[in-house]
Ligand binder design. Structure first.
Ligand SMILES: Nc1ncnc2c1ncn2[C@@H]1O[C@H](COP(=O)(O)OP(=O)(O)O)[C@@H](O)[C@H]1O
Ligand SMILES: [Mg+2]
Length: 231
């Protein structure tokens, strides 16, 4: 963490999410308090099954906690109506996944353009922004390539360009480097850094790769649904 302490972008209070499996209950996230610093790269680490994906899905408003609070700055996103929460998620949050979900028949340009069209952005603004996003991930010379004509790392960069296209304030990336070699993974993290610097976003990614954790500003380690270290 650098010397200037930034205010938290997202905080949780006693967050709980459990799943019933047969007759037993799994406490995937248990009484969890985290504070995600704004404009920084946070890595959530922990063994498989420690609750990383569950936490990201809760923070990203893809899932609802059983109990507990989530605030974006001062905004209580749990008390929102379903409609308000959908609107907030669509506008303020971007997602990147381990399995790169690009549309196979669309070029890199079209994949990003399509995401922005869904967000209701007009053509003139879209064209400028698609090019800008491709530049941010270093793929301005690949815009007409389809996913099969790109390497795995390049595909993930298109997915990141798409995730940032609508100017979200937070990007959640669940194991974005898991299917890539370490060198390519480090390159992906460098792109997240660039987005933090140039676009002022907050990035939260999960990873169990120590090489990625070393590049983080802030690391949250989970074990059995609880935070064991934060630094
Ligand atoms: N939809 C679900 N139904 C039942 N159990 C689940 C579900 N999602 C997650 N779990 C359980 O919750 C725990 C945490 O899972 P997860 O958040 O996916 O961990 P991680 O991403 O760290 O591997 C695991 O024990 C997992 O089996
Ligand atoms: Mg997971």
């Amino acid at each position: 963490m650098s010397s200037t302490v930034s205010i938290p972008a997202i905080t949780t209070g006693s967050l709980n999410r459990s799943f019933r499996v047969g007759s037993s209950i799994v406490h995937a996230v248990a009484e969890m308090d985290v504070a995600i610093p704004e404009g920084r790269l946070t890595v959530v680490k922990g063994r498989s099954g420690s609750g990383k994906t569950t936490l990201l899905n809760l923070l990203g408003l893809l899932d609802r906690p059983d109990t507990g609070t989530i605030h974006y700055r001062k905004i209580d996103v749990i008390s929102m109506t379903e409609h308000e929460r959908d609107h907030f998620r669509r506008n303020e949050i971007g997602f990147v996944y381990q399995t790169i979900a690009l549309v196979a028949l669309m070029s890199a340009y079209e994949n990003i353009d399509f995401r922005m069209r869904v967000a209701g952005i007009g053509y003139a603004d879209r064209d400028k922004r698609v090019r800008e996003c491709l530049r941010l991930v270093g793929l301005e010379n690949r815009m007409d390539h389809r996913p099969t004509e790109l390497s795995g790392g390049e595909q993930q960069r298109v997915a990141i360009a798409r995730a940032i296209s609508h100017h979200p304030r937070v990007i959640y990336a669940d194991e974005p480097t898991a299917e890539l070699d370490t060198v390519t993974g480090v390159h992906i993290v460098a792109i997240f850094r660039r987005l933090i610097e140039e676009e002022g976003v907050t990035v939260v990614m999960t990873s169990h790769d120590p090489a990625m954790q070393e590049l983080a500003d802030y690391v949250i380690e989970l074990e059995n649904g609880s935070v064991v270290t934060e630094s």
